[in-house]
Write a protein that binds this ligand. Structure first.
Ligand code: IMP
Length: 438
């Protein structure tokens, strides 16, 4: 029997609107767990006109009866965490009861940010356009077995020794490579020891908590951050983030085994965006890009950077669905296309004069892609008020049908605006979720 669990993740380069979708779906789940990334993520959720931006805390926390978990695969900046939960407390969210943090999550410390900022602008370094949150250096330390975990942050002696040793090493490296001012380990220790005490009540063995919840028949949603094409293994390397944003990350990032994963739901925009550097085959370089950017308010939730905009890329979506084993798709921001008379959709790639259906592994290959477009007719009317599939204009249904046929997964939900109620749930998806919960 399938466990009552679902992985929900981004199919593209992040910012697909997962926050809203997790929020809508979390109404049918008892627990929501984050499994990768850190406060580089920016989930915007609008409830009754009130705007919540969540970076580290899973969106499930916005439902009072939902338990929220930050899993071991996440890198946690204690200062960012405390800032975020204080904001949520001010907005009336009961984080103290609802939220738990893995004792095995890695900690982002001040020197991770310092090194990242210096490294990104250093001559000769590949500029990734990171969010400058110290995410990459924290995962580097994790893999080098030189990281500090939440459980160690709570141990004062260990914390002190770790900070002293790390500062000695990081200050030397940062000074030699980038000429950066050294950090003061004594001040750092005081700051982090104080933060640790505020963090302590949230910390637990979340792998046990999640597996116990599943044993008890509770439903769990695994909330991805970033997107498939930013995955450290499967994305457009090196222009990626440093964690496993794809479905596999849900198991390693929470300690819940693959046999306990019920279904995979991927969120895709009706077009594509990307922030930061890196290849983007269907990027739009004319005025249409500005239309999508304006209508879609395409500015990063974390850094405020304008997002690059492009047309729907079906080879990318097929690739993403293969890597994630996607069963269901959620198509977001359909309304952003409402004004367009024709909508190009990329149906294949041409590289060096040859048609291919395979996602190239290397940046050179990705940069040489010539997208092959099919022109679909736009519906040129508002979809913002649509509350059921039948409310959508026929041409919008045709667009969605085309997307579904070409992507090897079924559309389960469609979003036509930022509010909770601007969501269309298809009957087959509702039935599948109900069956999952039975
Ligand atoms: P990092 O995750 O800060 O190391 O940044 C690596 C790349 O991932 C950069 O191109 C970022 O813009 C991108 N990125 C990281 N988090 C997000 C996200 O939540 N949405 C979209 N892009 C992201």
């Amino acid at each position: 029997m399938r466990a009552k669990t679902a992985i929900i993740l981004g199919a593209q380069w992040g910012d697909e609107g997962k926050g809203k979708i997790v929020d809508v779906l979390s109404g049918s789940f008892d627990v929501v767990a984050r499994y990768a990334g850190g406060h580089n993520a920016g989930h915007t959720v609008i409830i009754g006109g009130k705007k919540f931006i969540l970076q580290l805390v899973p969106c499930g926390v916005l439902r009072p009866d939902c338990q929220a978990v930050i899993g071991n695969g996440v890198v946690l900046d204690p200062m960012a965490f405390l800032k975020e939960i204080n904001k949520l407390r001010d907005l009336g969210v009961d984080v103290d009861t609802q939220l738990k943090v893995s004792n095995r999550a890695q900690v982002i410390l001040e020197y991770h940010r310092m090194i990242e900022l210096a490294a990104e602008s250093a001559p000769g370094r590949q500029k990734i356009g990171t969010t400058s949150r110290g995410i990459g250096p924290a995962y580097e330390d994790k893999s080098a077995r030189n990281g500090l975990r939440v459980v160690d942050l709570l141990n004062k002696d260990l914390l002190k020794t770790h900070i002293e040793n790390a500062c000695r090493e990081k200050n030397t490296i940062a000074q030699a490579l980038f000429g950066t001012h050294p950090l003061d380990p004594a001040k750092m220790y005081d700051d982090y020891a104080a933060a640790a005490e505020q963090l302590r009540p949230f910390v637990t063995d979340t792998a046990s908590l999640l597996n116990r919840a599943i044993d008890e028949g509770k439903s769990v949603m695994f909330e991805g951050a970033q997107g498939t094409m930013l995955d450290i293994d499967h994305g457009t390397y090196p222009f990626v983030t440093s964690s496993s944003a794809t479905a596999g990350g849900a198991t390693t990032g929470t300690g819940v085994g693959p046999t306990r994963m019920g279904t995979v739901i991927a969120v895709t925009k009706a077009y594509v965006t990307r922030v930061g550097e890196g290849p983007f085959p269907t990027e739009i370089h004319d005025d249409a890009g500005a239309v999508l950017q304006r209508r879609g308010a395409e500015f990063g939730a974390v850094t405020g950077r304008p997002r690059r905009c492009g047309w729907l890329d079906l080879p990318l979506l097929r690739y993403s669905n293969m890597i994630n084993g996607t069963e269901w798709l959620v198509v977001t921001k359909l309304d952003v296309l409402d004004e367009l008379a024709t909508i190009p959709v990329c149906v294949g790639y041409e590289i060096d004069g040859k048609r291919t259906d395979t996602m190239p592994a290397d940046v050179r290959g990705l940069e040489s892609i010539k997208p092959i477009y099919t022109m679909l007719q736009g519906w040129q009317q508002s979809t913002e008020q649509a509350r059921s599939y039948d409310d959508l204009p026929q041409l919008a249904k045709d667009y969605l049908y085309f997307l579904e046929q070409e992507s090897n997964a079924r559309i389960g939900m469609i979003s036509t605006g930022p509010d909770r109620d601007q969501t269309i749930e298809l009957p087959a998806f509702r039935t599948a979720l109900r069956t999952l919960h039975a």
